[in-house]
Design a protein around this ligand. Sequence first.
Ligand SMILES: [Zn+2]
Ligand SMILES: [Zn+2]
Ligand SMILES: [Zn+2]
Length: 458
Amino acid sequence: MEAFKIPTGSMAPTLLGVHKNVKCPNCNWKFKSNHNNTYVKCSNCFYKIHISDNGNRGGSRILVNKFSYDFGKPRRWDVAVFKYPFVDVACMSCGFSSSQSMMCEKCTNSPKIENFLKSKVNEYFKRSFGINQYHKVVCKSCKTVGAIFCEQCGSTNVHVVRKNYIKRLIGLPEEKLQVVNGDIYIDDKIARKPEKVQDSLWVPVFDSNYTAKQEIIENWEVQDGNWDISKEQLHLIKPDGIEQKSYITFKRNITDNSAYNNEITDVVSADVMLAFNVIATGNSGGISILLEENEKVYEVFVRSRGEKKESYVKISGSIVTSNADAFIESGRVCRVEFSNADNEIILKLNDSVVFSHTYDTDLSSLNGYTKSSKLKFGGINTDAIFKNILISRDVYYSETGEWGIYNPVEIGEKQYFFLGDNSRNSNDSRYWKFVPESNMVGRAFMVFWPLRTIKIIK
Ligand SMILES: [Zn+2]
Ligand SMILES: [Zn+2]
Ligand SMILES: [Zn+2]
């Protein structure tokens, strides 16, 4: 076991680099922001907050288990520490700084090992005979010998700094990997996150418990006069007539925006989660959640106890799964949690899964990409009060960098592919390819500092 300190925000919000704590003066929402931001936009109410006076907080400190027979082999979605396959090289002669690969150019991707003994010998020679020290490197596989030297002036009088990185392990040896539409495809199939990992990777977009004093952005849009909207709740008053449906729409675009970075982004995502408490009083009908992605509509209907129709999931009008036992008890509070992530729809009622349905998306052309995404919910033949509304989005792996982006990347033997959770601000395998097995250090399992943030890493 070993302790590490997190220097950057590339794994935020799972792990924090040097950051600022922010409390929005307009809605009281609390969040973390990168330390070099002077202002941020609250992602809950869009209020612009100046944070230059907020003090800097140190990065998370974590405990890491070395990969070994005891703790098992590296697994996909592990948060892991590895030796960064590049070194920082600062020239003592001309002052030039650069980042240099420690992978052998001769036998692609085998790591070069610094020969520290040689450096020490040279230190002795330097003192005795005035010979300059140099960093000798030897390829682990083909044994080619080289040296680290300044890329500008060629001097071997350089200062070399090796770094540990921490990222999420996404691709394993000999897999074909591609980042598409925010998701990960392994050997042409979507890689779904295990439940615990998925639960830890939702990024909050909106929380109705933090109401804005001053309304900067409108949250809700209604199509008819059946809704009574207040700060505390959304009230659907039972529409007159039979089989009357009425929905309210979350007006905002759901994007990969993150308050940690303070960037306004417009990459739309339909990997979202919607949760609320509902009290429905209808004896028939029920409540519905609709997610519209491009021309596709995902609909979940949960019946009231007295409704004869079964609860169901529909995709673009066709029932794909139904459940006779899932219903809402009239007049009682029910926690409803709907999610769509990695091509899987899950519905939970009071923390129990009542639906889980996986589907495929045709991403062979750009038409499969998410261009629009809208969340709606409401009811049929019922009066319903919605409270404690929480909307989140899934981690979105952005298509930046080079490797595994426009084309799949074939991961080599004994090589690993890593990505940061804060995808827009992460220097990871998309930019520099693989981490060799010999650079792997261990699995991060616990944040132990700051004390208030102690948690097991998922
Ligand atoms: Zn706010
Ligand atoms: Zn130089
Ligand atoms: Zn080599």
